[in-house]
Design a protein around this ligand. Structure first.
Ligand code: SAH
Ligand code: SF4
Length: 346
């Protein structure tokens, strides 16, 4: 049993069943989420017998990095983590000004099949457990602690579709923001979705100020059907209705992700359709030139097409950020992850 798979009440229940006094749960929780302990021997305020039982019957799931890439400017780091069953996932740490952001995964692979996405190209392998999701953030928190720093932000934008692994993703978020534990800022969590409308509606009811990011990439159903197949199930009208409701319920603006693909979605027609969709919606658009992947022939938009597209957004006053390739290939890698082991065919 992985202790990071347990909520605080579940941990309390386990220790109560073991006949422990109730304050032990708080102590153990702090070892896990404040001290980020990976070793029961360090938990010196727990009786030896309890430490021995914990060591015999539970594990502290802290997957090891089996490979690491650091960007030339040192600001971005990508680790390949090996899970207990041998599957590997990639996680990215980005340092930007005072922010320390972990981009974490929710599934091994993904079933959504977006044409341009490396994770989609590998297909679906399995869901991650809540503990495996939590562990990715803690992995970087331990790393940052060595430099006297803290993790400030978490984005569920790595491998997989968080709203297709809804319960584990939400349980992980609740564990990370727990006030007696890791204490991640509630407003510093972003969930990125391909647009699973029932999941968006459920998320709006959680009473959490989570930032919703929707991977839009196209503003007409004809084009989005091709790029993001799930659009055939939840079309743009339904998707934008859910986004409107999300803003209404949470007061948060919605982010729309848009990977600029030359001559595909960087046209004047798409820019205008995007403007029309965003009228009256509290929204922000994140533009990023497509990161080319082996399984997709599309090319990133060249500078002059990006300039024309952004001019159109400026004209209709849509707020946007153009994510430039600072940190190079690794920064761009958040959201387009695929384990290199897998690329090698293993
Ligand atoms: N499944 C979720 C979260 C993971 S994907 C989602 O789709 O939102 C994270 C982000 O990376 C998404 O916005 C996705 O569309 C984007 N992305 C995937 N492949 C990309 C590529 N090759 N170039 C640029 N962005 C890409
Ligand atoms: Fe899955 Fe997101 Fe990639 Fe689409 S873009 S295949 S939903 S990980």
């Amino acid at each position: 049993m992985n202790l990071y798979d347990l909520s605080f009440p579940a941990l309390q229940e386990m220790l109560a069943a073991w006949g422990e006094p109730s304050y032990r749960a708080r102590q153990l929780w702090e070892w896990l989420y404040v001290h980020l302990a990976t070793d029961f021997d360090r938990m010196t305020n727990l009786p030896r017998a309890l430490r021995e039982r914990l060591a015999a019957e539970t594990v502290i799931g802290a997957p090891a990095a089996v490979d690491t890439l650091v960007s030339a400017d040192g600001e971005t780091r990508k680790d390949l983590l090996r899970l207990a069953d041998g599957e590997t996932i990639e996680v990215v740490l980005m340092r930007y000004e005072r922010r320390r952001t972990a981009c974490i995964s929710t599934q091994v692979g993904c079933a959504m099949g977006c044409a341009f996405c490396a994770t989609g190209q590998m297909g679906f392998r399995r869901n991650l457990t809540s503990g495996e999701i939590v562990a990715q953030a803690l992995h970087f928190a331990r790393h940052l602690r060595r430099d006297g720093e803290r993790l400030t932000n978490v984005v569920l934008m790595g491998m997989g579709e968080p709203l297709a692994n809804y319960d584990a993703s939400l349980a992980a978020i609740r564990r990370l923001i727990h006030p007696q534990g890791f204490r991640l800022g509630r407003r510093h969590v972003t969930v990125s979705t391909v647009g699973l409308v029932p999941g968006i509606r459920r998320l709006a009811e959680e009473n959490l100020p989570i930032t919703l990011a929707v991977s839009l990439h196209a503003a007409t159903d004809a084009l989005r059907d091709r790029l993001v197949p799930v659009n055939r199930r939840y079309g743009l009208d339904e998707l934008f209705a859910a986004c409107q409701d999300y803003v209404k319920r949470t007061g948060r603006r919605v982010s729309f992700e848009w990977a600029l693909i030359a001559e595909v979605n960087d046209t004047a027609e798409q820019a205008q359709a995007l403007c029309a969709r965003l009228v009256g919606l509290k929204a922000h658009v994140n533009l990023i030139p497509l990161n080319p992947t082996p399984g997709y022939a599309g090319r990133p938009s060249p500078d002059e097409r990006i300039a024309a597209f952004t001019a159109e957004l400026r004209r209709c006053r849509v707020p946007f950020t153009l994510r430039l390739r600072r940190g190079g290939e690794i920064r761009a890698g958040c959201g387009q992850l695929r384990s290199r082991r897998d690329e090698r065919g293993g």
